[in-house]
Design a binder for this molecule. Structure first.
Ligand SMILES: [Zn+2]
Ligand SMILES: [Zn+2]
Length: 301
């Protein structure tokens, strides 16, 4: 992905529009509506950042990293961490068939690790070859791996869809691009979850359109202006405020000014007339002032 999208047009697009950027609705970090229990799947798919989910995620990372390292020097390796990894993938809605295909191994090898070979009356494997372990441990639940009908957090989907509107794409064009009716498209963005396959579609659309000109794709000047105003009025962050690597991360926030989240952000907002100052900038400023005060007190003592 080209880097140029970053900070491409934030100030330019925002100046003079008096964008009232409020935080995003319900999609912000927190506990989204879902039936998944708190744990790794919920961390990964629903973007839950509660303590339980965060702990499960660090356990997952630890288990996987340790197992990968262990497999690099022994002729046989412990099957238990691989079993744990398989169960975690299953908890994310990945079937054994998908895991086997992604890992490039036979499904019965996975069954032997999980349940043993019932037809031979063997128990789940205790040790496995490192190459097999490595192939399985390499599989992670990504948008491409998940079953299309898996429900996931709509956060990244909304951010992308909204950023395109901020770039002047009328929503009916985006709906048509996805082969959806405007009302279905609108409903998709309102729901507390989105289908993994829709999230993939929207991601592909974003990658195709972020740098294209709506006018060259049939949008009228009035339609483009309306789209931009709509985005500004709703506080939707433009493409340049997002990073490809973090746009799906619940903890990421849009960088409106190029300095958001730092103590300089507050001034940057005022300089380009992008008010009100965003939450991360406000917090950074308060923290910075507190530090200054403490430093001064420390000197005075
Ligand atoms: Zn949680
Ligand atoms: Zn800011």
């Amino acid at each position: 992905m080209p880097d140029s999208r970053h900070n491409l047009e934030v100030p330019a697009a925002a100046v003079g529009q008096q964008a009232a950027h409020r935080p995003e609705p319900s999609a912000q970090a927190g506990s989204p509506v879902t039936t998944r229990p708190h744990g790794y799947a919920r961390y990964r798919l629903d973007g839950c950042r509660c303590y339980t989910c965060g702990y499960a995620c660090s356990r997952y990372d630890e288990n996987r990293t340790k197992a990968i390292t262990a497999g690099t020097w022994q002729p046989w390796t412990d099957a238990e961490p691989v079993r744990t990894h398989l169960r975690t993938l299953q908890s994310c809605g990945m079937g054994l068939r998908t895991i086997a295909t992604t890992a490039g191994v036979e499904r019965k090898r996975l069954q032997a690790i999980l349940n043993g070979r019932t037809e031979r009356g063997t128990k789940p494997q205790e040790i496995i070859r490192p190459a097999l372990a490595a192939a399985i441990l390499a599989v992670e639940p990504t948008l491409e791996n998940l079953a299309g009908a898996t429900l996931i957090s709509p956060l990244g989907t909304r951010r992308r869809a909204h950023a395109l509107v901020a770039a002047g794409w009328p929503q009916q064009h985006l709906a048509a691009h996805l082969g959806m009716t405007p009302s279905n498209y609108g409903a998709m963005l309102e729901r507390p979850n989105v289908l993994a396959r829709r999230a993939l579609d929207v991601r592909a659309m974003y990658d195709a359109l972020w740098n294209a000109y709506p006018a060259e794709h049939g949008a009228t000047p009035a339609g483009i202006t309306r789209a931009r105003r709509h985005a500004a009025a709703h506080g939707w962050a433009p493409v340049g405020a997002w990073d490809d690597d973090t746009i799906d991360d619940p903890e990421a926030f849009p960088d409106w000014t190029g300095q958001c989240g730092t103590h300089r952000g507050d001034k940057a907002h005022r300089r380009i007339g992008l008010l009100p100052v965003c939450e991360p900038c406000r917090e950074a400023r308060i923290a910075y002032r507190r530090e200054l005060k403490q430093a001064r007190q420390a000197v005075a003592v």
